[in-house]
Write a protein that binds this ligand. Structure first.
Ligand code: PAF
Length: 278
């Protein structure tokens, strides 16, 4: 496995590869990321992972400065799962000047839910993802469904800008108790870690209510928000939405429940594609 820090060197290394499979990350890797690499290996090759903590997608009050940077350990893990190249540019390489050309995804998808609570987040994500796509020029790009809205926003960008890339959504990796794996889980203390599982439990409770025929979305959403609040969480949203574009579901639409909530200082997100249609 080769670790590359420069765009020019990366382009040279990948020249002639027509089936590159790419997994963009911000590092601090866990088993969920490694599952994305496995998925990438099935899609094509060589497999490239990027590690770059993208300042553009963090608001000033968020955790950009404290986000864990663990390049050496990440590279060891990537080597073990058969990644071929790690692209780890520094900020001067990816943003040599202030990034004034940015990608603005459409408000109806990108300014709701995560985009409402983290204004500008998807501008930062799309800008870096497009730039990374231009560096790597992959045929396949693998994104986790854990960041469900991000996956849809990136898919739409790829479609609208006619990028020759197949975006593959990979299932969310979970701990044994059901907690979705996330780099931010590392911020939780022992007590919070035990509590964190309740976010996925609320989503599963909605799933079983829907299986039993409930379709009163608003009351299911507010019951889950209330249950989390009663346990000491500060929920931003629990929302049952159309899978395809996160719009309000109409009869017959396949649906997903998406949620974000703070546990202490840590903001966790999760989602579940519901078994029943609306
Ligand atoms: O999902 C992430 O880790 C980031 O949003 C991404 C896609 C690597 C862009 O910085």
């Amino acid at each position: 496995m080769r670790v590359i820090h420069r765009i020019a060197e990366l382009r040279q290394a990948l020249a002639g590869s027509s089936a590159t499979a790419f997994v963009p990350t911000m590092g601090n890797l866990h088993a969920g990321h490694l599952a994305l690499i496995e998925r990438a290996r099935k899609a094509g090759g060589p497999v490239v992972a990027s590690i770059f903590v993208n300042r553009l997608q963090f608001a000033p009050h968020e955790d950009f400065d404290t986000y864990p940077r663990t390049l050496e350990r990440d590279c060891e893990l990537l080597r073990k799962v058969g990644c071929d190249f790690v692209f780890a540019p520094n900020e001067a390489e990816l943003y040599p000047q202030r990034q004034v050309c940015t990608v603005h995804p459409p408000a109806d998808l990108a300014d709701i839910l995560e985009g409402h609570f983290r204004p500008g987040f998807f501008i930062g994500v799309c800008t870096v993802v497009l730039k990374l796509f231009n560096c790597v020029q992959p045929r396949y790009a693998i994104f986790g469904k854990k960041d469900y809205q991000q996956l849809l926003v990136v898919r739409q960008m790829v479609r609208q800008l006619a990028l020759p890339i197949e975006v593959i959504g990979a299932e969310t990796a979970r701990a044994d108790d059901g907690l979705a794996l996330s780099s931010r889980n590392g911020y939780l203390d022992e007590v919070q870690r035990a509590e964190a599982v309740y976010l996925s439990r609320e989503l599963r409770a909605i799933d079983s209510a829907v299986r039993q025929g409930r379709s009163d979305w608003a009351s299911l959403e507010s019951a889950a928000m209330d249950a989390l609040s009663a346990r000491g969480w500060r929920p931003d949203y629990v929302a049952i939405r159309r899978r395809i574009d996160l719009g309000e579901p109409a009869a017959g639409d396949a649906v997903v429940v998406v949620a974000a909530a703070r546990l202490g200082a840590t903001r966790l997100i999760d989602n579940l594609e519901l078994s029943a249609v609306s």
